[in-house]
Design a protein around this ligand. Structure first.
Ligand code: ATP
Ligand code: MG
Length: 401
């Protein structure tokens, strides 16, 4: 039970105020989005203890049940939960003007040192409190100004707003919201299988689709002994780095060597990459259908390499019936790297282990393969059996949140 309505309760613990993102635009479906966000938050915050989470007047409150909660850890975790546009730490105190001022200094002091303009905004839901909201703002604003004489009050475009809330059971002070992860709660956008290599792009692509609410299953094609156990470990590490954003992740590791050797033996070298990518898509689709996923995700970006031209994408798409989501398709490498740094995957992605694609790279890959010639090159292969053999030997590794 929340102590929100309990007028006799002692001042509450420090809490977070959450601003929900795009899900506030959802009409009749909004409740489902909120419920999903709450359950994602609870799961993510379980290691920090138990929380009351409730919504009042379009603000969502996240209140730890115990006083000894690691709020720095909670803030770091909340900033990785999709569906939250921003959040602020709210510091509780007695409903007494001196106590509110002390709390405002403690909460806002360091930030006030760094700005030139500020304002105090107050909300009074306890109408029995002696001062009204304008009087609270004026008094706290005046006192803060005395402590920090370099400040100017600016009611219209302040650099910092100090907000005081006087509620039934306590008063609170908080600053502006800091940005959250944005997007939609993971799970609301369906499920997709994401092709995860050890490179820079595919972790970013996975993250971008999780941001749109897609729950992920990862798939990795592993070419032992052409690629090393360290290369596989690197991919698993990337998956683990994504779990704070994406929730629990399963990685399907597909033994890919036999298929690559068969392609090298039986097909023209210049088509090798495109043929290999078609097998990746076929196997990924088989896995997607097994685990109830409705799409595939890749880290392809138009024109980045020979296998990512429009003609090559046509050839890879031709073997799938599911939609292939390519969130990086219009992004430059520099833009992708900026995201990779932000989400914490870049340093791992650039570790120098080979990928299965690079091991067999043709000397002169075809940039404009026609679908007809690609299909002709595959004509002698036992495609279904090759796919089934690989799918049967998948190793599934699960990373809990
Ligand atoms: P990345 O940086 O993600 O490795 P890339 O620019 O190296 O991408 P390619 O090697 O052509 O591009 O791969 C294109 C996409 O195919 C990748 O983004 C990824 O989604 C998928 N992919 C490539 N290799 C693998 C693999 N070994 N296992 C799973 N998916 C892969
Ligand atoms: Mg790659």
């Amino acid at each position: 039970m929340s102590n929100y309505n309990n007028a006799n309760a002692a001042p509450a613990n420090e809490m977070l105020l959450l601003k929900l993102g795009e899900l506030v635009l959802k009409g009749g479906n909004r409740r489902n989005f909120e419920d999903k966000l709450m359950s994602n938050l609870r799961r993510r915050l379980k290691v920090f203890g138990e929380f009351n989470i409730y919504t009042r007047q379009s603000t969502t409150y996240l209140e730890p049940k115990s006083e000894s909660c690691d709020m720095d850890g909670v803030c770091a975790a909340v900033s990785q939960v999709f569906g939250i546009a921003g959040f602020a730490r709210a510091f509780p105190c007695e409903k007494d003007m001196d106590a509110i001022l002390e709390t405002a200094k403690r909460c806002a002091g360091p930030a006030l040192e760094r700005v030139k303009t500020f304002k105090v905004e107050s909300k009074r839901s306890d109408k029995r409190f002696a001062l009204n909201s304008i009087q609270i703002s004026q008094w706290i604003g005046g006192e803060l100004h005395e402590c920090y004489p370099h400040l100017t009050a600016d009611m219209h475009r302040p650099e910092l707003t100090v907000t005081v809330e006087v509620r039934d059971y306590a008063a609170f002070v908080h600053l502006d919201h800091v940005p959250g992860a944005g997007g939609l709660p993971v799970g609301m956008g369906g499920r997709a299988v994401s092709l995860l290599s050890g490179g820079i792009d595919s972790p970013v692509a996975s993250w971008m689709m999780a941001k749109r609410g897609v729950a992920l299953e990862m798939i990795h094609f592993f070419s032992f002994p052409y690629t090393s156990p360290e290369a596989k470990e690197k991919v698993l590490k990337l998956a683990r780095l994504l779990t704070p954003w994406c929730g629990k992740l399963a990685v399907h590791v597909v033994p890919f060597t036999a298929i690559q050797e068969e392609l090298r033996r039986a097909c023209p070298e210049e088509l090798f990459t495109i043929l290999m990518r078609r097998f990746m898509m076929r196997i990924s689709e088989a896995v997607a259908l097994r685990c109830g996923a409705g799409a595939l995700i890749t880290g392809e970006s138009l024109g980045q390499v020979a296998s990512q031209t429009m003609g090559a994408l046509r050839c890879t798409n031709a073997v799938c019936t599911l939609p292939v989501l390519r969130p990086l398709v219009g992004m430059d490498k520099e833009e992708i790297i900026t995201v990779a740094r932000k989400i914490g995957t870049f340093e791992t992605s650039i570790l120098p282990y080979e990928d299965c694609c690079t091991v067999f790279t043709p000397r002169h890959p075809r940039t404009r393969p026609s679908l007809e010639e690609v299909e002709a090159a595959e004509a002698g292969l036992s495609i279904d059996a090759m796919v089934a053999e690989a799918v049967d030997h998948i190793e599934r590794i699960v990373f809990p949140i």
